[in-house]
Design a protein around this ligand. Sequence first.
Ligand SMILES: [Zn+2]
Length: 423
Amino acid sequence: MRYFPLFATILATVGVYSVRSAPPSAAGQPQVNVGTATSHTGTATTAPSTSASSAPLPSVTVTINGQTLVYPPLDRTPNTNDPIVQQWLKELNLGSNVPNLPQSNGGVVNFDSANCQPPTTILPNQGSWTCQKVIRPDDKVQCPQKGVWGLTYDDGPSLSTPALLNTLNSNNLKATFFVIGSRVVSFPETLKAAYAKGHNIAIHTWSHPALTSVSNEGIVAELKWCMKAVKDVLGVTPIYMRPPFGDTDDRVRAITRAVGLWTVIWTEGFDTDDWSLRTGPGLKTQNADHVIGIFQGWMKQLPTMTHGFIVLEHDLFPQTVAAAQSVLGIAVKQPGLTIQTVPQCLGDSTPYLEVGGKPPALTSANTSNANNSTGSSLADTSSNSSDPVAHAASTSDASLSIIYSVLPVTLISLALSLNFGHL
Ligand SMILES: [Zn+2]
């Protein structure tokens, strides 16, 4: 999607102050505190052994399923000096399993527009989806069966997600939600509600950076913190992941596989364009008809397509959810169209590690062009997690809503008016 880094920064910043100034949470609501810890325990039983060497950053403490858990600052790539991240890196032992490819934008996190321009260097064999539109054999980009729509929503859970869930549930539809870890710990009850109704939960990083611009260690931190957040809330670990902006290459793919995740992008051309449904000063505002028109165009292609498709949509903003609801209202009446989650359409009935899910084994197929020799499967590395199994709890997402409800409209407009490129 078009995701807005400044928006995220504002969100995080305002979130810090709003949470600090929030009144005490009522009974049953999650306790959210922002501190200045230099390390994160992540579980109730693992104490940090060392402090991070970098300057202290605010951490977020959340009570989930009766456990007090500490997470990295929201909407920022987590500190890779954190002892937990260091432990993950030690377990993964990435070493030569990851090809030595340059980070986009000289390693400075960017959001798509600069990915293919200097100082970014794209090698001929880099396997970049963003810049070269390279799809590797393990990438999931379509549903194999004709007439099947792999329904996906990115960037939640959010305040808008419950409305979308209502529409999906009332139509007995199941979707894959590629969730952001920072949103998961902000809206754990919404995530539980989606999971409880049979929707598929998948990974979309902790803070939504363009992963090709992030270091190897940073990518591990982005993926594993998101995986941990989902595990803390649901008790299961997803095995599917979508890179923000679709931004991947053979380096990102190798790390994604190493942590136990399949890469899912979307079918070329099957972006609903819902990111354009934003408002703000000086913006050309699209409305839901724009998205509906795109959807109807796909339906005209349906009879001649030889395979199904995976569509990109979002559940972050009210406008995108409203568009999704409109499209679904038409789609359920469309002859010859079957709507499924991504794992369903791929024939995978166990999309979580703890229920028999099968993460990708490392193979040389996807990295051969990058002269990468891969070792044995690292599938077991994720199953070694010491994360506690989640238990039922009576928390709600209400107090986290404060973060969003206090965002000044002017700041939202400012953030939304900046276009950093989509996805
Ligand atoms: Zn996204």
